[in-house]
Design a protein around this ligand. Structure first.
Ligand SMILES: C[C@H](O)[C@H](O)[C@H]1CNC2=NC(N)=NC(=O)C2=N1
Length: 87
C-alpha cells in the first residue's frame, strides 16, 4: 500500500492512536479491509475514521474498562506489519 505519511502510535486519553495518509481512497480502503480481517481474527476491533485517503485508528479494550491492554498493543503491532514497505 502506498503511504504518504505514517505517524507512530501515541497513547492519548487511554487509547492507542495512529494516523496514516495514503495515496488515495483505494489505498486507504485496501488497508482498512486488511485491518478488518486482523480485527476479526483477534476478536478485537478498532474505533476508526476514514476520510478519502486518511485513516485514523484508536485502540482500547472495552472489556477491561476502556484502557490500553496487551490486546491493543498486539493489534497495533500487527497493523504496523501491514504498513511495512515489504507488506
Ligand atoms: C464480546 C466480544 O468478544 C467483545 O466485546 C470484544 C469484541 N471486540 C473488542 N474490541 C475492542 N477494541 N475492545 C474490546 O473490548 C472488544 N471486545
Amino acid at each position: 500500500m502506498e503511504k504518504i505519511l505514517q505517524k507512530q502510535w501515541e497513547e492519548r486519553d487511554k487509547k492507542l492512536y495512529k494516523a496514516v495518509i495514503f495515496k488515495d481512497f483505494q489505498e486507504a480502503f485496501t488497508f482498512m479491509v486488511r485491518v478488518a480481517f486482523l480485527a476479526e481474527k483477534n476478536n478485537h476491533h478498532p474505533k476508526w475514521t476514514n476520510e478519502w485517503n486518511k485513516v485514523e485508528i484508536w485502540l482500547s479494550t472495552h472489556d477491561a474498562g476502556n484502557v490500553v491492554t496487551e490486546k491493543d498493543r498486539n493489534l497495533a503491532k500487527e497493523i504496523d506489519k501491514l504498513l511495512e514497505p515489504s507488506a
